[in-house]
Design a protein around this ligand. Structure first.
Ligand code: TYD
Ligand code: MG
Length: 458
């Protein structure tokens, strides 16, 4: 009997090696090589069937010229929810593989079940579950009052059985919940291991491409927020979206991380209700829900999320430190940026915070990774340090450079328009973002240096 073959695969980049080594020579990361057991002679067997049938869908792929590819045949179709469509870059593309990641309890199964029930109204949809029983899913669908009569449901964890059923039913959309519980018989390692996840995902995506099926793969996320399983999975799929939000919180955000068909970092906002996930069409309103009384250290800014502005509140707390090395903590903002801004504040505005702890936070669990938060963060820090309340109808944004200059940010007009829409009266923005025409009800102050900004914040 042929000996089982072993290969070593890098968790980060997916390179194969015959022997184990400490560092991957391709991507240079350490300790990422994992043993990948191939079943006895399975490689040879598989490649033979592949040459005979060419693929799982039974059709041979052919080389075509770009101009010969018929675009008409692959129009996008809507998922039924505008927030979901937005994150996907404008709807579902046939033949694409979409990875939906999230912590347990984030609502991945709920979101997909709701979407699939609606999609099934006018096309064939297959929902494969490896985690819950069909009864559990049916119960949930009835409770959420979803249209249940068309969706096809299958409880299966064997990848070949699943693909065989898919070839019979020929669904237009297929969900596999989750990729970590699927297994291929010809691979000896346990479900969820690198080799199983890699192989199952490869077979599923190949099937999706050849049969023009929209494939949703559910993936679990580890504590640090990365996808459990090999990084290589993220290279195979077309879109990767992450559903974030704690099980005990009401709001969930859906964020695109990789998208071959649209902008990344699009944000979709949903609320978890007793009737499942509901889309939130005006997210600024929820992140701005400032029920408490005005306090020092708080200011609203307009961030640009993918293709739309979003108003969020930034808070800072500056307090005497008892430590020799005062703390600088940034939640939802970049830590390094906070340290840099404090240095700029010292050098160009003469504000010494070396003996102070500085905490900064974006309210509502939003992550602000763009530089337009600089000026608002400075405003919040100064407000907290001086114990001076900034009026609640003020909005501030802009990038701060190391020389103390205030730089313009993209889409300034849209950000200001969003602020005006929500009743803000006063805006402090970079000079380069001054609107050409006055905006109704909004007084805009343009600043080009930190000293001007400090005056404007008085
Ligand atoms: P689920 O979709 O099972 O999460 P995942 O598949 O990502 O692990 O969602 C489970 C959570 O959603 C659970 O904490 C309960 C909550 N939930 C509601 O609050 N209301 C509902 O109508 C549903 C279906 C779930
Ligand atoms: Mg689930």
């Amino acid at each position: 009997m042929a000996k089982a073959k072993t290969a070593f695969v890098c968790n980060e980049c997916g390179s194969d090696y015959a022997k184990w080594q400490g560092q991957c020579s391709d991507c240079g990361t350490w300790n990422t090589l994992v043993e990948f057991k191939l079943g006895p002679a399975s490689g040879a067997k598989r490649s033979k069937t592949q040459t005979a049938n060419a693929s799982y869908a039974g059709v041979r792929s052919e080389a075509k010229r770009l101009s010969e590819i018929d675009l008409e045949k692959t129009p996008r179709f809507t998922s039924g929810t505008s927030e979901f469509d937005r994150v996907l870059g404008g709807g579902l593309v046939p033949g694409s593989a979409i990875l939906v990641g999230g912590h347990p309890g984030a609502g991945k199964s709920t979101l997909l079940l709701q979407t699939m029930c609606h999609l099934a109204k006018d096309r064939e949809v297959l929902y494969v579950t490896g985690e819950e029983s069909p009864q559990q899913i049916a119960m949930r669908a009835h409770r959420l009052e979803l249209p249940v009569d068309r969706l096809r449901l299958m409880a299966e964890t064997n990848i070949d059985a699943l693909l065989a059923t898919a070839e019979e039913i020929k669904p237009a959309v297929m969900v596999v919940d989750s990729i970590q519980v699927m297994h291929a018989d010809d691979i000896t390692s346990a479900p969820g291991s690198v080799s199983q996840v890699r192989e199952c995902a490869a077979r599923l995506t190949r099937y999706a491409k050849l049969s023009n099926t929209v494939l949703f793969l559910v993936g679990h996320v580890t504590k640090d927020g990365s996808l459990a399983g090999p990084k290589v999975l993220e290279h195979m799929i077309d879109c990767s979206i992450l559903l974030e939000g704690d099980a005990d919180k009401r709001f969930r955000t859906l964020r695109g991380q990789k998208n071959r068909f649209g902008a990344v970092n699009e944000l979709g906002v949903f609320a978890m209700t007793d009737k499942g996930l509901r889309e939130v069409k005006n997210p600024s309103a929820i992140f701005l829900d400032r029920g408490h009384e005005a306090a020092p250290g708080s200011i609203v800014m307009a961030v640009w999320e993918g293709t739309r502005p979003l108003l969020v509140e930034i808070q800072a707390l500056v307090d005497d430190s008892s430590l020799s090395n005062p703390r600088r903590v940034a939640v939802g903002l970049e830590q390094n940026r906070l340290a840099m801004l404090l240095a700029v504040l010292h050098r160009h505005a003469g504000l010494q915070l070396g003996d102070q702890d500085v905490f900064a936070n974006v309210v509502g669990g939003v992550k602000v990774l763009e530089t337009s938060a600089d000026l608002s963060l400075l405003a919040a820090i100064v407000s907290s340090f001086k114990d001076r309340i900034l009026p609640r109808d003020w909005v501030v944004f802009g990038e701060v450079g190391l020389a103390g200059e205030i730089r313009p940010v993209p889409s300034g007009q849209e950000r200001l328009a969003e602020a005006a829409k929500h009743g803000f009266k006063h805006a402090i923005v970079p000079k380069g973002n001054m609107p050409k025409q006055p905006i109704n009800g909004l007084k805009v102050v343009g600043v080009s240096k930190l000293s001007e900004a400090m005056d404007a914040l008085q």
